[in-house]
Design a protein around this ligand. Structure first.
Ligand SMILES: [Zn+2]
Length: 274
């Protein structure tokens, strides 16, 4: 397939070895960027890769094939809360399939899973059922969990407290307050910041960064979504991770290189690669 959109090479900028804890290659493709071309360009720029995130159990083989040429590109397996709305969802069948995917050597975490009361995909009860089933399965397989939380701090915290993740995990695209962040840290979770850290109104989030232990901080693009300033409205991709790293570096009073190194070491520790 030919790359469908404008050249992305000039939009790729990050310190060598930078990692992205959360991106969706098939969604990026749906937004017009050829993932094979993108991954090649990222590798040429010395990208440290990171975690390619599932939204459901489908397309697993395609995701594995994309990741195969890149040893530092790892996958999750899991089901996003949006799938809880589907009348086709068969929880037992889905969990059996996820258990098989968890055995693949490329799969180093489970998710993304969680609760979303912003879009209200389905009832809280249905979302919680899907979430808790995955939390338990991930712990059985000693895999860290990747958590999606939108307007559901209380509900997510309750589920995590009742089903503590045995191998820790990631609070993806963190946008909650300080007390929630500390409760998550207590549960062994890492806090991952996305492009919204650069948004003008994110003052409270930027203040929170200075309160966190450095060894629990991660960075992500959540691409193709959450495009950081000044590219808001454009399709996001992992090559833009440098923008969020730069904001994070300033808040941590580190260089961008040291921040990339820190977040890469944190991700590797969580994924038991180091
Ligand atoms: Zn995501």
């Amino acid at each position: 397939m030919q790359p469908k959109n404008t050249p992305i090479s000039d939009q790729i900028s990050f310190p060598v070895g930078a990692t992205d804890s959360h991106f969706h290659l098939l969604e990026i493709e749906r937004h017009g960027i050829d993932p094979v071309f993108l991954l090649k360009k990222l590798a040429d720029h010395g990208f440290g890769f990171g975690l390619e995130i599932a939204i459901d159990e489908k397309n697993f083989i395609q995701r594995v094939e994309l990741a195969e040429p890149y040893p530092a590109l790892y996958l999750t397996a899991g089901v996003h809360p949006s799938a809880s709305a589907s009348s086709e969802l068969d929880l037992t069948k889905t969990m059996t399939e996820l258990a098989q995917q968890f055995e693949h050597p490329k799969v180093r975490a489970a998710g993304e899973m969680g609760i979303d009361l912003y879009r209200n995909y389905s009832s809280l009860e249905k979302q919680r059922e899907l979430f808790v089933a995955q939390l338990r399965l991930a712990s059985e397989h000693q895999l860290p969990v990747v958590i999606h939380n939108r307007n559901a701090d209380l509900e997510v915290l309750e589920a995590l407290t009742e089903n503590p993740p045995a191998a820790g995990g990631i609070m993806h695209c963190f946008s909650s307050d300080s007390s929630f962040a500390h409760a998550c840290l207590e549960l062994g979770m890492y806090i991952s910041f996305a492009g919204n850290l650069s948004f003008r109104k994110a003052e409270a989030l930027r203040t929170l960064v200075s309160e966190l232990p450095h060894d629990r901080i991660l960075v992500e693009t959540d691409s193709p979504y959450m495009t950081p300033h000044p590219f808001r409205g454009k399709t996001n991709h992992p090559g833009r991770i440098g923008l969020t790293l730069a904001v994070l570096a300033e808040l941590l009073q580190l260089t961008a290189e040291a921040t990339a190194d820190l977040t890469t070491r944190n991700l590797h520790r969580l994924l038991q690669l180091a």
